[in-house]
Every structure is written in structure tokens, then in C-alpha cells.
Design a binder for this molecule. Structure first.
Ligand code: XMP
Length: 523
């Protein structure tokens, strides 16, 4: 979509793990913000006509030879600048101050005292609880700067009011910094004067108009649905623009959850008014999976089969829809902003893109053009847009579910029997988590079927059946995760229901591994 109409805060990424959070927080108060690598050319930055510039944190020391560099001219554009952590040191170093290793590194919670008034701290209390993560500090400030805040060990805030340059040693974007949002708002709204026009309603109307223009009056589009948030919101947006010139394809790959094939169809057709072609290809997929035990081989088998099925359906749809054979064909993809952000590459990207997660692909011999209506959005923004589009919470709050589905939660060979067993156990797990009001609190919660049989006793009968593991994790983005401390009563309910209701499982265990070193899925 055309984002040039928004006033924009440009964030230059020096490699901090928190850089994307800065953009998300600023967008939370409806100011548009983009992330560029710190090495972005000056005309690329000025081309966005930024209302202000944020210099992110980063893991390096400014005085190292290999320190990530930005064009120092970004400090002279005449728009307000906010340096965060490494950003403070970058400003200090480049404008004539001195940065040295700190006597005491500060990491984690810290208390900051505001020592002099500053527009950046306007309305904030005199003592701030903040999140710190630095080993260097500013020993001598650059000319024109004054200290505005301090910890017991280091300068925590500086300002040059004349040049409208501000910097903090702590991380306002991290939730542990309690006044962080207010500080970022002071910067973006008050100091930069950025308009708070990045609203769902505005996004929807400009995106719908842009899709109409892109596709024209005759083109047709297809969209693969997974039942998840991204593909559903993307489809609804495109349907707003194209009406029934959008056909959605929903494939049963044989490893969906219990009743999911039917439920998703009903929601998409009746709830969202989408035109959906549903293809039950479960037998094809399960035949492909027979004998396959290696996790990556399972992913490949499912990915390749999906492309083949999708390809067939797409051809059929375009043949049926095309009258002259000349219309351009379009493919809707739910690509999100984190997939397209270029990161500072000095010490590796500040986040890792998991390519194996993107099951599917372009049908090879079709000239499909891409519509990516969510390219500018973070995941939480996709939910906000979905809400504004009137989509049901049931879809918007769904926990992530992997493309290869239950296949990567059935360890060892995937057989129809095992799929049926896991579907039952998974349904109980989800039901109990929802009953306890925890479904939205945890990032993912699910059952895993282990190819391990153990002895049990039921009534007077000895049993010998599978073990099921329950996994529930809390996470912000899936990149790191903590196992969730589910209440014992919830674990008890899940366990006793699975053992008594699911034939084939006689033992339930709880996974208490965080990520890293574990992963969220077991395969
Ligand atoms: P891991 O297991 O790598 O998972 O900690 C991180 C997040 O990614 C999801 N995941 C996948 N999603 N295809 C997908 O579409 C996959 O092959 C895949 N593997 C993991 C996982 O559910 C979690 O949300």
C-alpha cells in the first residue's frame, strides 16, 4: 500500500534484538514507523520524509572498528533524533563526545533519576523504572548536550534542545520500562509533531483502494487459507476490494485438528462471506507421509504435496474464471512486516526468518502476480485490522498452528490412527485451556503424541498404550518462549480427561523446556 501519505518515524537498526519493538510501540499510538538498516543510504531515508529519526540499540561498541555505522549526516537532517542505548553512544561519539567501557555494566531492571527538565520526560515522574542493557557509557558529552537523567553508575539521558536531539541509555520500548510508551509518545507526537493517522480504518480504506487499482477491473485472485489469522485477514481485505473476483482455497492435508476442515469452511463462508473452494486431499497427503519419520522429510512431503494440490486447484479456478484468457492472475499472500524488514547485518540479523515455516509457494508454470496486503503490518496490527473489519475473535485470537500441522506433533510415522488419537487429545487440551480462561494468555498450548508405549492399569485391565506430552508456552513472537506454569488443576483436568477419553493414550507428561534451548514444536 501507499505509506508515503503518513508522517513517518524512521528507525535505524543497529542490530538490537528490540529494534522491531520500537516500531511496534510507536505504531501503538497510531504513528507510522518503519525500520531500515543503519547502513541505509541517506536519500532512502530522506525519501520517506521522516518526521523524526530513532537510532536503535545494538550489541557493539561505537569505538570498535567493526561497529555498525550510519551516515553521520542523519544527525544533521534538521528533524528530531532519539538515540536509544547504542544510539546514545553513536550520537555522543559522532558529535565530539567520548564513550568508554563502563566501570559497572548495567543489565536488567534499574532506577533512573530525572535530573533536569526535558521535553522527552514531560509528564513522567522524577524516578523511572527502566530496562538497561549496556556495557559502555558516555563519559564526556558532545558539545551542546546536557545530562537530563542519571543512574547511580551512568548517564541515562541527554538532550540538545537546540538541535532537537535526545537520547536515553535505557530501553523505552521494552515493557519493563514502565514509562516507555509515554516517553516514545513525547518524542514522536510532541517533539516530531508526527500525525497519529496510522489507524486501522485508514489502513483498510487505503489498502482496499490500492488493491483495486493494482488488480484493475478484470483480474482474478486466489488465496490459500490456513484457518489462521494472517491468511484470513488478507483474504477479507482483498475480498473487500475485489468481491467475488477472489477465490480462496482451503486444503485438508489430513493433519488438521479435530473437525477443523468443516469448521473453517463454515466460518470463512458464512462468517466472513468468502468464496471458498475446499479440497479434501487428506488421503493423498497421508499416503505421501507413510513411512516418513524424519521431521524435515515430513515438512518437505507436506510442502510439496500442498503446492501440487494448490497448483491443480488454481489452474481450474483461473480456467473457469477467465473469459478471454488474457486477465492477469493474482495470488494473495499473508506476508508480514517482520518477513520483509532488512536487519543490520554487522553481527547477524536482529531476528531470524524461518523459511521452512512458509509452506506453499507459487504454482510454477502460472504467471501469478502477488498481492501482499499485510506487508506493512506487525502481527498485533493484523489483529487490530481484523477487528476493524468485524472479523470474529475466534479467528483473530487463534494460537499459531504450524503449516505441517499435527504431522510435526506426531513423533515417528504419521498414520491415520495416530492422527485420530492426537486430534482427540489436542481437542481436550484446547478445551480445558479455554475453560480455564488461559487460551489467550499462552502463546501456544497443544498435545504431542510420542511413539513411546508404557504400561498402565485401567479398572482391572493392564494397558499398554502411547504417551502424550502437553506443551504450553508463553511468548511474544515465537522466537523465544518460556514454558507456562499452568495451574495444577488445569494439568490435572487435561491429563485425566485424555487418559479416560482417548483410546490409545494411557500416560500424560508435561513439557517444562523453554526456548532456547528447546523449540516450541517437538519436531
Ligand atoms: P519452533 O518449533 O521453531 O516454532 O520453536 C516457532 C513457531 O513456528 C511454528 N512452526 C511452524 N510454522 N511451519 C509453520 O507454518 C512449520 O514448519 C513450523 N514449525 C514451527 C511453531 O508452531 C511456533 O509458533
Amino acid at each position: 500500500m501507499d505509506t508515503s501519505s503518513h508522517s513517518t518515524i524512521v528507525i535505524l537498526d543497529f542490530g538490537s534484538q528490540y529494534t522491531q519493538l520500537i516500531a511496534r510501540r510507536i505504531r501503538e499510538f497510531n504513528v507510522f514507523s518503519v525500520v531500515l538498516p543503519c547502513t541505509a543510504a541517506l536519500d532512502r531515508i530522506t525519501g520517506l520524509r521522516p518526521a523524526g529519526i530513532v537510532l536503535s540499540g545494538g550489541p557493539s561498541s561505537v569505538y570498535d572498528d567493526a561497529a555498525p555505522q550510519a551516515d553521520p549526516a542523519v544527525l544533521g537532517l534538521g528533524v528530531p533524533v532519539l538515540g536509544i542505548c547504542y544510539g546514545l553512544q553513536f550520537i555522543t561519539h559522532h558529535l565530539g563526545g567520548v564513550v568508554v567501557p563502563a566501570a559497572a555494566r548495567e543489565y536488567g531492571h534499574a532506577e533512573v533519576e530525572v535530573t533536569a527538565p526535558s521535553r522527552l520526560f514531560h509528564g513522567l515522574p522524577g524516578k523511572l523504572e527502566v530496562w538497561m542493557s549496556h556495557g559502555d557509557h558516555a563519559q564526556t558529552l558532545a558539545p551542546g548536550f546536557r545530562v537530563t537523567a542519571q543512574t547511580a553508575n551512568a548517564v541515562a539521558g541527554i538532550a540538545d534542545d537546540e538541535r532537537r536531539m535526545y537520547a536515553v541509555q535505557f530501553h523505552p520500548e521494552v515493557a519493563h520500562t514502565r514509562q516507555g510508551m509515554a516517553l516514545l509518545r513525547n518524542f514522536a507526537v510532541d517533539l516530531c509533531g508526527a500525525a497519529q493517522d496510522w489507524t486501522p480504518a485508514h489502513f483498510i480504506s487505503t489498502t482496499v483502494a490500492a488493491i483495486r487499482e493494482q488488480v484493475g477491473d478484470t483480474g482474478h485472485a486466489i488465496c490459500g487459507l490456513s484457518g489462521g489469522v494472517d491468511s484470513s485477514v488478507a483474504a477479507v481485505l482483498v475480498a473487500r476490494a475485489l468481491g467475488d473476483r477472489l477465490t480462496c482455497i482451503f486444503v485438508n492435508n489430513g493433519v488438521l485438528r479435530k473437525d477443523e476442515f468443516a469448521k473453517v469452511q463454515t466460518t470463512m463462508r458464512e462468517g466472513l462471506g468468502l468464496k471458498v473452494v475446499a479440497v479434501d486431499a487428506s488421503e493423498r497427503f497421508l499416503a505421501r507421509l507413510a513411512g516418513v519419520t524424519d521431521p524435515e522429510a515430513k515438512r518437505k512431503a507436506i510442502g510439496n504435496e500442498f503446492i501440487a494440490v494448490f497448483d491443480d486447484e488454481a489452474k481450474r479456478i483461473f480456467e473457469a474464471e477467465s473469459s478471454s484468457g488474457e486477465e492477469v492472475a493474482w495470488l494473495v499472500q499473508g506476508t508480514l512486516y517482520p518477513d520483509v524488514i532488512e536487519s543490520a547485518s554487522v553481527h547477524g540479523p536482529s531476528h531470524v526468518i524461518k523459511s521452512h515455516h512458509n509452506v506453499g509457494g507459487l504454482p510454477a508454470d502460472m504467471k501469478l502476480k502477488l498481492i501482499e496486503p499485510l506487508r506493512d503490518l506487525f502481527k498485533d496490527e493484523v489483529r487490530r485490522i481484523g477487528r476493524d473489519l468485524g472479523m470474529p475473535e475466534e479467528i483473530l485470537e487463534r494460537q499459531p498452528f504450524p503449516g505441517p500441522g499435527l504431522a510435526v506433533r506426531i513423533l515417528g510415522e504419521v498414520t491415520p490412527d495416530r492422527v485420530a488419537i492426537l486430534q482427540e487429545a489436542d481437542a481436550i487440551c484446547v478445551e480445558e485451556i479455554k475453560r480455564a480462561g488461559l487460551y489467550r494468555k499462552v502463546w501456544q498450548s497443544f498435545a504431542v503424541l510420542l511413539p513411546v508405549k508404557t504400561v498402565g492399569v485401567m479398572g482391572d485391565q493392564r494397558t499398554y498404550a502411547y504417551t502424550c506430552a502437553i506443551r504450553a508456552v508463553e511468548s511474544e513472537d515465537g522466537m523465544t518462549a518460556d514454558w507456562a506454569a499452568l495451574p495444577y488443576e488445569v494439568l490435572r483436568a487435561i491429563s485425566s480427561r485424555i487418559v479416560s477419553e482417548v483410546r490409545g493414550i494411557n500416560r500424560v507428561v508435561y513439557d517444562i523446556t523453554s526456548k532456547p534451548p528447546g523449540t516450541i514444536e517437538w519436531e
